[in-house]
Ligand binder design. Structure first.
Ligand SMILES: Cc1cc2nc3c(=O)[nH]c(=O)nc-3n(C[C@H](O)[C@H](O)[C@H](O)COP(=O)(O)O)c2cc1C
Length: 347
């Protein structure tokens, strides 16, 4: 797949998290990063950066507990046992595997490699961010995939805990930190503003929420991993259109970007990059090349010399009718039922 991108116009370069990317199309956190050959194929197809699959708080905490258990078991056997307890750095952890993957990707790729941590509570596991930075990640994406199940922890408390976590990650690394959010905040702009205040450089909107389903025969709760569809994009577009007016942060769109026109919509709403997972996993590097070509073709058709020229043109501040992004849109959409609901001819 040599030199798939032959013509460099329109210029797709973009600034994201202080990094200059050759393209706004980013490989989202996914198993793609586990295979350096595959990652290299996506780079050749035009990816501007790659986000690694996540390392989870639960994995890191479990590893730390395993070390303590090992040390404790020796200590119990012999009063002087701590002298022969193995040193923690000598043990092989999932975390070490992750750093090895990161190193391999860095050696193989020219594009920035963004590592990913996934957690919800402050704690010792956060120190791992420093090791990721030392291993050469260009940036760190922190995925706040929180599932609130306690009636005694209020929304404000959940947010305070998350901000404390993010602040501790930002404080422990010198590389840019990007936060991947769920849409489930009373005010996404207000939460993003707080993230900005603790030093975050960008946000990704949004995580996909993987809801389990119910097996009616077995009476079981069943996990299901389905690919996204373009239907997931509008929720992201709305967030981008608002956040690009309320914050100075780098904005990444994740969820439902399947083609070049989806990417164009995200850029028009304010995205600096779009992250793709489902469509790339289903269709491979050739698909990324197609998305690239289609995005370029759209920019050229509209007369833009760069993707930056198109960015934010339809956000809340710049769209000709801002009510399209506010509560008025809801009211007018429902009123529009009279003019032509789905499946009925307009009167
Ligand atoms: C198989 C698979 C594994 C994923 N693993 C991660 C992960 O480790 N960390 C993460 O933040 N997101 C992960 N994601 C979510 C994607 O990064 C992305 O946010 C989501 O799939 C929405 O983008 P899409 O519509 O292009 O699929 C994963 C998605 C898939 C399909």
């Amino acid at each position: 797949m040599s030199n798939l991108i032959s013509d460099n116009r329109p210029d797709l370069r973009t600034e994201w998290l202080g990094l200059t990317l050759k393209s706004p199309l980013v490989v989202a956190a996914s198993p793609i990063s586990r295979d350096p050959d595959m990652a290299a194929a996506f780079e050749a197809a035009g990816a501007g950066a790659i986000v690694m699959h996540s390392l989870f708080e639960e994995q890191l905490v479990e590893e730390q507990m395993a070390v303590y258990r090992l040390i404790d078991s020796h200590t119990d056997m012999n009063a002087e046992a701590t002298s022969f307890a193995p040193a923690a750095p000598g043990l092989s952890f999932d975390g070490d595997d992750y750093l090895r993957e990161l190193t391999q990707l860095r050696q193989r790729l020219d594009i920035p490699v963004v590592a990913s941590l996934n957690g919800t509570t402050p704690g010792g596991w956060v120190l791992y961010a420093q090791r990721i930075a030392d291993a050469g990640a260009s940036a760190l994406e922190l995925n706040l995939y929180d599932v609130a199940t306690l009636a005694i922890e209020s929304g404000a408390e959940v947010e305070a805990r998350q901000i404390e976590l993010v602040a501790s990650v930002v404080a422990s690394v010198s590389i840019p930190v990007n936060v991947k959010l769920t849409p489930f905040y009373a005010s996404v702009p207000a939460f993003v503003h707080r993230l900005e205040q603790v030093g975050v450089r960008g946000v990704t909107v949004f995580n996909r929420f993987y809801e389990p389903t119910i097996d009616l025969d077995r009476l079981e709760v069943r996990r299901s991993l389905t690919s996204s569809t373009e239907a997931e994009l509008p929720l992201r577009l709305h967030a981008l259109a608002v956040l690009s007016t309320t914050s100075e942060l780098s904005l990444a769109c994740s969820g439902g970007v399947h083609g070049g026109e989806d990417a164009a919509r995200a850029v028009l709403c304010g995205a600096h990059v779009v992250q793709l997972a489902s469509s790339l996993m289903a269709k491979g590097p050739e698909h990324l090349h197609r998305v690239h070509t289609d995005l370029r073709a759209w920019l050229a058709r509209k007369g833009y010399a760069t993707s930056a020229e198109a960015r934010s043109l339809l956000n809340l501040d710049r769209v000709p009718d801002p009510s399209a992004w506010t509560r008025m849109n809801y009211i007018r959409t429902l009123e529009g039922w009279r003019d032509g609901p789905p499946g009925r001819k307009p009167r």
